[in-house]
Write a protein that binds this ligand. Structure first.
Ligand SMILES: CC(C)(COP(=O)(O)OP(=O)(O)OC[C@H]1O[C@@H](n2cnc3c(N)ncnc32)[C@H](O)[C@@H]1OP(=O)(O)O)[C@@H](O)C(=O)NCCC(=O)NCCS
Length: 185
């Protein structure tokens, strides 16, 4: 796979030089306010390594995202295969995380739309999404993309301590319109 290009963004494979800006984004408490905590450099590097391995294994994972103008790294958006220890396994999840100074410009939605098109291009039948029930910006992105709420799949995140405000998670699903199940007769 080469790069995926949108009006303002490039979605691409990860490169060694992304480790530093990726770690800076993951260390930002504002970016990570709907996660249990910001990531240390070691945790961020481990996440980077898992993405590189997933790309090699599956041919995709969350993409690194650059602005086309200036080629600045602005975060991650894309699709990834859930692992055995992830909630709602097995499925392919869509996700997004951007540096805070580019928020509210429609970047997450723009990059996610291209990621959805990519998912259908590689033949996936469905995408799943989930986010903390407190995370209104992320829920807004799901809505703008046309994801349906999948309330039956809502869950309390197993890696967040019971009773924590971030534990309740909301699930979303989007079916590939080109691979709709035939109507039952
Ligand atoms: C979620 C995130 C990727 C959205 O990125 P973005 O590029 O700002 O998203 P978009 O501009 O495409 O859309 C954001 C929408 O949320 C809305 N929004 C932003 N802040 C909001 C808030 N506090 N409450 C309600 N809606 C909010 C915006 O108005 C926009 O909706 P609109 O187009 O109808 O106005 C970004 O906020 C982020 O990186 N957050 C931290 C990481 C994170 O939480 N990732 C998701 C984990 S599931």
């Amino acid at each position: 796979m080469t790069e995926l290009v949108t009006e303002r963004l490039v979605l691409r494979r990860w490169r060694e030089e992304d480790r530093e800006p990726f770690a800076a984004m993951n260390a930002d408490p504002e970016v990570m306010r709907y996660f249990p905590s910001p990531l240390s450099r070691g945790e961020s590097d481990a996440s980077y390594d898992r993405m590189v391995a997933a790309f090699d294994r599956d041919g995709f994972t969350f993409f690194a995202v650059d602005e086309r103008a200036g080629s600045r790294f602005v975060g991650l958006v894309g699709i990834r295969t859930l692992g055995l220890d992830d909630p709602l396994y097995p499925a392919v999840e869509i996700g997004w995380r951007l540096i805070s100074d580019v928020w509210r410009r429609g970047y997450a939605t723009e990059a996610a739309r291209r990621s959805i098109a990519f998912a259908w291009e590689v033949g996936l039948r469905e995408l799943l999404g989930f986010t903390a029930a407190l995370n209104q910006p992320s829920q807004r992105v799901f809505a703008k993309l046309g994801f349906a709420r999948a309330a039956a799949d809502d869950f309390d995140h197993p890696r967040i301590e019971p009773g924590h405000a971030l534990q309740p998670h909301m699930a979303y699903r989007l079916a590939n319109p080109g691979q709709a199940d035939p109507p039952e007769t």
